[in-house]
Write a protein that binds this ligand. Structure first.
Ligand SMILES: [Zn+2]
Length: 304
């Protein structure tokens, strides 16, 4: 009897897991024009449209350092295996003709209550131990006080610390994600309702995107060189980093290719990865690019 109950529970859990994996909002692909002239970075860095970039700090989460950094890397021997507080950012891009866009959605106001905010599930507390947010620090409050009307959100990836803001932002925006990126919705285990009411995701299709080394496939988002999407899989299957020509200079928003500045400076990929080899390659190419063009300021995903 006991075995039957265990077995049924096992099958039910597998069903929920699979269901969580395959459930997706419908997707269409944004394919960059094939005819686009492949250029070189010197030319792009010197002659592209500028945009305004405002980085918005939407609160902090307390996480194990072993998630942020691969503690099996001998370089981390100098570090203590502990929990640390890291910031959760959303970046506002204000394009002079294309409109206002966010990179990642930031935290919603549920994180003012602390703990895991609106993240649910038995193992959610394995990832987020606690959270800290001041009144009016949530993304919607900050966007409102800036008086900005948003057109869309470009996601670095869909992990649940990058999507909570969706619950308090308009549903009709354009939502852009990397190829093969999936939501971390595993019912009972770890899940959220951030995408409720969101009907469509636009997938950034890197298949035919121009290759400009050392970054590989890149998409010239607005066609004027102001914002570039860079395929950086590894931490998640369809992770994307963004290079932005801001009025304060070029900024490379690495996203969770490296959560921490220590990881970027010491070339150590995150502990939490979908594919470790790919995560190492993505981190190395961003570091190489930054060494070639030191005028670009590189920012890790959760520290500034
Ligand atoms: Zn993250």
């Amino acid at each position: 009897m006991k075995t039957t109950i265990c077995y049924s529970f096992f099958i039910f859990s597998i069903f929920l897991l699979i269901n969580g994996c395959i459930y997706e909002t419908s997707r269409i692909a944004l394919v960059p024009p094939k005819s686009e002239q492949v250029s070189n970075w010197e030319k792009i860095l010197n002659g592209s449209q500028k945009v305004k970039l405002i980085t918005i700090n939407t609160g902090q989460v307390r996480v194990p350092i072993s998630g942020m950094l691969n503690m099996d890397d001998p370089k981390t021997n100098v570090l203590k295996d502990e929990e640390i507080n890291v910031e959760v950012f959303s970046h506002l891009i204000q394009h002079p003709t294309q409109g206002n866009f966010l990179i990642d959605a930031g935290l919603n106001s549920s994180f003012q209550q602390g703990n895991q905010g609106d993240l649910k599930g038995w193992i959610a507390s394995n990832f987020v131990k606690d959270s800290f947010q001041k009144p009016a620090q949530n993304i919607a409050a900050q966007i409102n006080s800036l008086g900005v009307k948003l057109k869309g959100i470009f996601f670095t990836h869909l992990h649940s610390d990058h999507t909570p803001g969706l619950t308090e932002l308009p549903k009709g925006l354009d939502f852009y994600v990397g190829q093969k990126e999936y939501k971390t919705d595993f019912p009972l285990l770890t899940y959220n309702e951030h995408f409720e009411g969101v009907k469509k995701l636009i997938e950034l299709d890197f298949t035919n995107a121009p290759t400009i080394e050392p970054l590989g496939n890149v998409i010239n988002i607005f066609g004027d060189g102001s914002v570039w999407a860079i395929a950086t899989p590894g931490h998640s299957a369809g992770h994307v980093s963004y290079l932005v020509n801001s009025s304060d200079g070029w900024k490379l928003l690495a996203g969770d290719v490296s959560h921490t500045r220590w990881g970027l400076e010491n070339n150590v990929e995150p502990g939490w990865v979908d594919d470790r080899d790919q995560a190492k390659i993505s981190l190395q190419k961003l570091i190489k690019f930054n060494r070639l063009y030191p005028q670009i300021t590189i920012f890790p995903g959760h520290q500034y």
